[in-house]
Design a protein around this ligand. Structure first.
Ligand SMILES: *Cc1c(COP(=O)(O)O)cnc(C)c1O
Length: 384
């Protein structure tokens, strides 16, 4: 069986976790700050806050930016549900911006059109969450320009994009955003088993997220409302959660981060092999934009023409041949939970057409040339 994604674990990763097991700290020890420092260095961002998943990171990011009841948050309908659920956790209203069909990323022209309308209606979003689909950056420069004009803040959902670059600079540097979120789930580029990270250049956002991940509790005197009672004393100053990352997870993430660039190089080599071999009369890979260096979390192809039946037979046909093709993603607004909130089919036509056309082919560093050839041959056999 060929999975669509898979972690790469080496002996050094195993050793790093065992070292923590033999240490005094399983959680709240030195490995979490070490991992945060390493991500902050790697992404060229001032602060990195580790949490137990990207879902938690999105939640604390929204809260730190003040998302609350009656606020609007906008994201892409072509994403994992966590990109929009985070707004609902805060009691906010969610809406979506349709995608650009060639890249699957949030369309900046559609975004501007929607902002003009929202301004007239007095319903401008507080936060926009662009999602870097498959590891390729959205048009962050334009989204940032619009944020200045329409006064919203930006969380980049870079769950797919650790190690990716935009305009030659690392994703996560937050040049065009307030906060960037990464996921270290095993299907992603590097893994800490479960885990996530939020980067920001704003010290007060970083501190808010640190408090929110650990019950809203502080042990820092200057943050307290009355003098400390003694060395045992702490105060709860906001309503937080237990979203902490453990030292075991951080040690794995730290060890994996050493290989991130080579993982991505291997993903690029396999992706260009797919690009060479696939028949462009049948399928088109997602468009790669000039100033973007994708992390290639996913290798997504589009049918030349959206076709529900053909799309279905391609994914099922691959699976019959032990190739786990997948679909990223089912448009979020068509999920039953979201339909119950009032979203209807037809609301985001590009996303809905994309859903009848996009198929994720296997891509991970341990995939072999022969396996890529086998996948391509199977795709061609099914479609022709
Ligand atoms: C995986 C993923 C998430 C959630 O990541 P977890 O670490 O599993 O919580 C959020 N957004 C996107 C786009 C993802 O792919």
């Amino acid at each position: 069986m060929i999975p669509y994604g898979k972690q790469s674990i080496e002996q050094s990763d195993i050793d790093a976790v065992v070292e923590v097991l033999n240490s005094n700290w399983l959680t709240q020890g030195p490995k979490v700050p070490e991992f945060e420092q390493a991500i902050s260095d790697y992404t060229n961002c001032k602060y990195a806050v580790a949490v137990n998943s990207a879902t938690s990171a999105l939640h604390v990011a929204c809260l730190a930016l003040g998302v609350s009841h009656n606020d609007y948050v906008w994201t892409s309908p072509i994403s994992f549900v966590a990109s929009s659920n985070c707004a609902l956790y805060c009691g906010a209203k969610i809406d979506f911006v349709d995608i650009e069909p060639s890249t699957g990323n949030m369309c900046v022209i559609e975004l501007e059109r929607k902002l003009v309308h929202a301004k007239k209606a007095g319903q401008l979003p507080k936060v926009i969450i662009p999602v870097h689909l498959a590891g390729q950056s959205c048009n962050m420069k334009r989204i940032h320009e619009l944020s200045l004009e329409y006064a919203f803040t930006i969380i980049e959902d870079a769950s797919h994009a650790i190690g990716a670059k935009y305009q030659g600079e690392p994703i996560g540097n937050c040049i065009y955003s307030d906060i960037t979120v990464f996921s270290f789930h095993p299907v992603k580029i590097i893994t800490s088993a479960e885990g996530g990270m939020a980067t920001t250049n704003d010290p007060s956002l970083a501190r808010k997220m640190q408090l929110l991940r650990s019950h809203g509790i502080t042990a820092v005197d200057t943050e307290m409302t009355e003098p400390s009672h003694g060395p045992w004393y702490y105060q709860q100053i906001s309503l937080g959660f237990n979203y902490r990352m453990t030292d075991l997870h951080a040690a794995l993430g730290l060890s994996q981060l050493k290989n991130v660039d080579s993982f991505i190089t291997q993903r690029h080599q396999l992706a260009s092999l797919y690009n060479q071999l696939l028949d462009r009369n049948l399928v088109t890979p997602l468009l790669q934009i000039n100033n973007c260096y994708s992390a290639y979390h996913l290798y997504i192809i589009l049918l030349t023409k959206p076709d529900k039946a053909l799309h279905h037979s391609l994914v099922t046909g691959l699976r019959e041949k032990d190739i786990i093709g997948h679909v990223h993603y089912i448009p979020i607004h068509l999920q039953p939970y979201y339909k119950d909130m009032g979203f209807e089919p037809g609301a985001f036509p590009n996303a809905e057409q994309y859903y009848q056309s996009a198929v994720t082919l296997p891509l991970h560093p341990s995939l072999t040339t022969e396996q890529v050839q086998y996948v391509v041959k199977t795709v061609h056999d099914i479609l022709s």
